[in-house]
Design a protein around this ligand. Structure first.
Ligand code: SAM
Length: 262
């Protein structure tokens, strides 16, 4: 039946995604730098710059992998709230880094240790699936997902979960949803160059640096299959979020979608 076929496809996808990130965990950071020419750092800065973190907040970073986004949120909070007045509430801050792959989380924990944050109570590492996490309803002030939603099997389910976790505070800038994702380029010549880079260069880089051509081939294909900016914005709205907006970076190579739960 078509349902059976769909199910097999989904199981294969989950398995494939699992394999991809197990294979790439150790070379993950260097590949990000090489593939994006270091730009992924600026994109993540931009993502966190759009967030309004506050001392004592509960934040969920899904597909958090090696902690790149969580560390930036942590640093942003610690630089804004240096004054002792905020110290107590700062310590109550909880940033959950959730990822389906324990290997990625382990690399993240290692990096936390290198930063002297091994036992820091504000960083919490949780293994789990974006589609089925067990946090309470309305238990989070913020939700981020960077280069992650493209990999989940049912995007709508992940968005429904994101909506469920979010608090609707009186202050409407709290309860934020932010998603950073590789997206679609629609600028004539640039699009051709970007396609060439994606299909010709990236799999070769994957083979050369990570010794894994297939995982990076998968990456390129998954980007093509991901809904374009407008369509993805509609999906976020359909999940219940309001004030859905997006910003293209580098002509749409990457897009940051943002929304709030009122
Ligand atoms: N957010 C990190 C960053 O920007 O560097 C990591 C991004 S990495 C490209 C994608 C991550 O999504 C991987 O760590 C992978 O294990 C995780 N992932 C894939 N499917 C997931 C799911 N269904 N739920 C949670 N995490 C998932």
């Amino acid at each position: 039946t078509s349902f059976g076929f769909q199910q097999v496809k989904e199981e294969e996808k989950s398995k494939l995604v699992g394999n991809v990130f197990t294979n790439v965990a150790s070379s993950y950071d260097i590949m990000n730098d090489v593939m994006s020419g270091g730009l992924h750092r600026l994109w993540k800065e931009r993502l966190v710059g759009k967030l309004s973190p506050f001392a004592g907040m509960k934040h969920l970073d899904v597909a958090g992998g090696t902690g790149d986004v969580a560390f930036r949120i942590f640093d942003a909070l610690n630089s804004v709230n240096r004054r002792p007045l905020h110290k107590a509430s700062l310590e109550e801050t909880q940033i959950y880094v959730c990822d389906i792959n324990p290997n990625m989380l382990n690399v993240g924990k290692q990096r936390a240790a290198e930063r002297g944050l091994r036992d820091n109570k504000s960083l919490l590492w949780v293994e789990g699936d974006a589609e089925a996490l067990s946090f309470d309803d309305n238990s989070m002030d913020g939700y981020t997902i960077a280069f992650g939603i493209r990999n989940v099997t049912h995007i709508e389910k992940a968005l429904a979960q994101a909506y469920r976790y979010k608090c609707s505070h009186q202050l409407d800038f709290r309860g934020e949803f932010l998603c950073l994702e590789l997206s679609h380029v629609d600028i004539p010549v640039f699009k051709d160059l970007y396609d060439l880079y994606s299909f010709q260069v990236i799999p070769n880089l994957g083979e050369l640096i990570a010794g894994d051509r297939e995982s990076y081939q998968y990456l390129v294909e998954s980007v093509r299959r991901f809904p374009p900016q407008e369509r993805f914005a509609s999906m976020i709205g359909e999940a219940g979020f309001e004030k859905v907006e997006y910003e293209n970076l580098v002509g749409g190579v990457v897009a940051i979608h943002s929304a709030i739960k009122l």
